[in-house]
Write a protein that binds this ligand. Structure first.
Ligand code: SF4
Length: 351
């Protein structure tokens, strides 16, 4: 039985992360952050797509100075992504809801202490964002870019902040391949109780990122690991959110709307099932009630699937069956099947 790993709860703006909070979905803009108009436009698109938290890159002063205006124009919690330069983190801390840094990359403990003080004053968390491609030299020299090296870096950075009396922390351990990512999160999970941000970094294009992220994040989520997540896809915004939500839903962690079970079709098929499934998908998008609905090409597996589905349809030659919880409620001509099926699904949702 699935059991989520217990962690501390922190807040990124008004979004709770960890503890009993729902697993939130994050994304990142790819505009030049100082182009406020373009950045706000991308953030609004992400918000509309269902993103919970957004991150922007802050590589220089121009980006850091733009954060205040960006924040004033959006309602989603905003994270500043900063490497090396603690001054940028200090500027960002005045406007954003969370800072992503690697304290070890900033180096000088006094500089990290300044950032921690600023975050404490504004009660904003820090994400320790370990990335296998940018490990501190001492860990890369000793462990290479391995999961062990990533975990050692995370522990080092956690201690860095804890020594400064700061525990408003979440952690990510991202590698660009599935096995190292999963291994690193699994090793670190029992060693601390801070919430985890999951992701496979530089995961590639839509197709490859979807596969890698589904395997890595799906494995971790089913282990009960993960409190917030980002799917990184080259050049995509809304798709990142769509894939993240699909992973949560198809892992069974979020119950939201219809789950469509449909057969792959084969030589027994006597109907246009592909068209029917597309139509069902389109016409049930508005339904928010969690329902399992099954659309099958013939009676071979349809009756079995129908028993566990809320509403099911089994096509035959020129006609088919509509079932509710395995009980036949109608036998109709093929042309009337989808309409009646949708009516039954809506009825089930209202019940
Ligand atoms: S349900 Fe029927 S048509 Fe669909 S794949 Fe199975 S045997 Fe083939």
């Amino acid at each position: 039985m699935f059991k989520r790993y217990p962690t501390k709860k922190i807040f990124v703006g008004d979004v709770a992360v960890g503890g009993d909070a729902p697993i939130s979905v994050q994304s990142m803009t790819f505009s030049k952050t100082e182009d406020v108009e373009a950045t706000v436009e991308q953030i609004k698109r992400l918000h509309f797509a269902g993103c919970d938290i957004v991150r922007v890159a802050v590589p220089d002063n121009a980006a850091a100075r733009a954060l205040k205006e960006i924040k004033s124009k959006i309602s989603m919690p905003l994270i500043a992504d900063i490497h090396f330069n603690h001054k940028l983190a200090l500027i960002a801390s005045e406007s954003v809801d969370c800072i992503r840094i690697n304290p070890g990359n900033i180096g000088d403990k006094r500089k990290v202490a300044e950032v921690v003080k600023a975050c404490k004053e504004r009660a904003i968390p820090i994400r320790i964002g370990v990335n296998s491609g940018s490990l501190e030299e001492q860990f890369e020299n000793k462990y290479g870019q391995s999961a062990k090296g990533m975990v050692e870096s995370a522990l080092y950075n956690i201690k860095y902040l804890e020594d400064l009396g700061f525990e408003d922390i979440k952690i990510s351990l991202k590698a660009s391949d599935v096995q190292r990512t999963v291994e690193a999160y699994r090793i670190l999970r029992p060693l601390c109780d801070y919430p985890f941000h999951l992701g496979v970094t530089e995961a590639g294009t839509l197709f490859h990122s979807t596969i890698k992220s589904s395997i890595a994040l799906g494995s971790l989520l089913l282990d009960g690991i993960g409190d917030t997540m980002r799917i990184s896809i080259t050049g995509e915004l809304e798709k990142e959110i769509e894939v993240a939500k699909a992973i949560l839903k198809d892992s069974g962690l979020v119950k939201d709307g219809v789950n469509i079970i449909s057969c792959p079709t084969c030589g027994r098929l006597e109907a246009d099932l592909v068209k029917a499934v597309s139509e069902v998908e389109e016409r049930t998008k508005h339904i928010k009630t969690p329902l399992d609905i099954s659309v099958m090409g013939c009676v071979v597996n349809a009756i079995g699937e129908a028993k566990s589905a809320d509403v099911a349809i089994a096509f035959g030659k020129g006609s088919g069956l509509i079932m509710r919880k395995g009980e036949i409620v109608a036998r109709l001509d093929e042309k009337n099947l989808v309409d009646r099926f949708i009516k039954e699904v809506e009825k089930a949702a209202n019940e």
